[in-house]
Design a protein around this ligand. Structure first.
Ligand SMILES: Cc1cc2nc3c(=O)[nH]c(=O)nc-3n(C[C@H](O)[C@H](O)[C@H](O)COP(=O)(O)OP(=O)(O)OC[C@H]3O[C@@H](n4cnc5c(N)ncnc54)[C@H](O)[C@@H]3O)c2cc1C
Length: 368
């Protein structure tokens, strides 16, 4: 049996590896239109959420059959709300995030490619399925719903904390974050998640580095290695199948729309697509069980912020007032959930549900 996959990103590789792990006799061929991994993914740090899971996410991926290692544990998160206004939380139990490198060296991309090659999966670069339909479409973002600009640094001093700048003046409809990695590297990235607003991202990024002391201090003495930019899309399709083709990862809209996390959804949807092919189960049912709740929560928060300006900044400002009571990351999370719910109630849940339906109606992910 032969299975064709379009796209050698995280979702396509996860699907290919799982197909082979489950059935050695399947011949798996991936075609990717880029000339190499180097062309398609620049070096940079990405974060994967480890909170909200009962299991450790790195172990979970390993249990699913992925040879993923070198994740860097992050135990602290600091929210910067403005100049000299920061709230910081530390997890006592387990890492709240893992950071992982993207690109060619010691990266998640490289680890998955190496595993795929060990399993004798064919990866044809500079290649695509023109007329033939692939069994799995893993070709990444179809729309530009969010856009990011940032820089990758070497020689940073602090690598235990993820910093998030949430400030409407500097990062409207988005946020800026500092994502550190173990070997004193860090990526700073600013995102705009409102496609209807044209935000001068590069100018805002430069202003942040000049004007926000906490971020200026972080980058002081560090070396800029290069600039980064990219786009993403999000939405919740009713089905992620079209004829015999299954859609996975960002090509299916599976990006958490509030913060832009897509790696987990890419791994899990790739895994579930392969599982459904091998054992004949219903892919739509599987991804809805595993991913729908967090996709819906993210999209609702994103549309609430974009349409009604219910921003995290306002929510975090409320928490800032209570910060003496918030002694740990867990206390912060439970208080955040309560305040978030209060804010969403003021936004009118029916209106938000309608906005989500409109969004999902407008952006179709399963067409060619
Ligand atoms: C700047 C930036 C920062 C991010 N940070 C984070 C983060 O911190 N945490 C997180 O979880 N997520 C993050 N994301 C999102 C995450 O990177 C993506 O959601 C995830 O990589 C999607 O994987 P994918 O396999 O679905 O798609 P992609 O990684 O986009 O892979 C698609 C592949 O398909 C190939 N392709 C495209 N068209 C064709 C075609 N017609 N035929 C053949 N091949 C084709 C492309 O060359 C590419 O290799 C970030 C994204 C960006 C842009």
């Amino acid at each position: 049996m032969e299975k064709k996959i379009a796209g050698a990103g995280i979702s396509g590789l996860s699907a290919a590896i799982t197909l082979k792990n489950l059935r050695k006799d399947i011949n798996v061929i991936i075609r990717d239109k880029s000339s190499s991994i180097k062309e398609k993914v620049p070096r940079g740090v990405n974060a994967i959420r480890n909170y909200g899971n009962n299991t450790d996410i790195q172990k979970h991926y390993q249990n699913l059959g992925f040879k993923l290692r070198n994740f860097h544990p992050i135990t602290r998160q600091a929210f910067i709300l403005g100049k000299n206004k920061t709230i910081e939380f530390e997890s006592e139990n387990k890492p709240i995030f893992y950071s992982t490198m993207r690109g060619t060296k010691s990266s998640i991309d490289k680890m998955l490619i190496e595993q795929a090659l060990e399993l004798e999966i064919t990866i044809d670069w500079n290649s695509s399925y023109e007329k033939e339909k692939p069994d799995i479409n893993a070709t990444g973002a179809k729309y530009s719903h969010c856009i990011g600009y940032g820089q990758h640094f070497e020689d940073v001093e602090e690598t235990e904390t993820i910093y998030v700048l949430q400030n409407h003046k500097y990062c409207p409809f988005g946020y800026m974050c500092i994502l550190p990695y173990s070997n004193n590297e860090a990526t700073l990235i600013l995102g705009n998640f409102n496609p209807s607003k044209k935000i001068p991202l590069k100018e805002n990024y430069k202003r942040i580095l000049n004007e926000i002391p906490q971020i200026r201090d972080y980058t002081n003495g560090a070396t800029v290695k290069y600039d980064l930019h990219g786009v993403g899309n999000f939405g919740i399709p009713t089905t992620s199948k079209n004829g015999s083709t299954i859609f996975v990862g960002e090509r299916a809209g599976f990006l958490e729309a509030y913060r832009g996390y897509g790696i987990h959804n890419a791994i899990i949807s790739g895994y579930l697509a392969a599982l459904s092919i091998v054992n004949g189960s219903d892919y739509d049912k599987l991804w809805k069980e595993m991913l729908h709740k967090s996709l819906e929560h993210g999209l609702m928060r994103r549309l609430a912020e974009n349409k009604m300006n219910i921003s995290s900044e306002r929510i975090l400002n409320k928490l800032f007032e209570k910060k003496t009571l918030l002694t740990s990351w867990d206390k912060f999370r439970s208080e955040l959930k309560i305040i978030e719910k209060e804010f969403l109630r003021t936004a009118d849940l029916n209106f938000l549900q309608e906005s989500m339906s409109e969004w999902n109606e407008k952006y179709k992910f399963i067409s060619d």
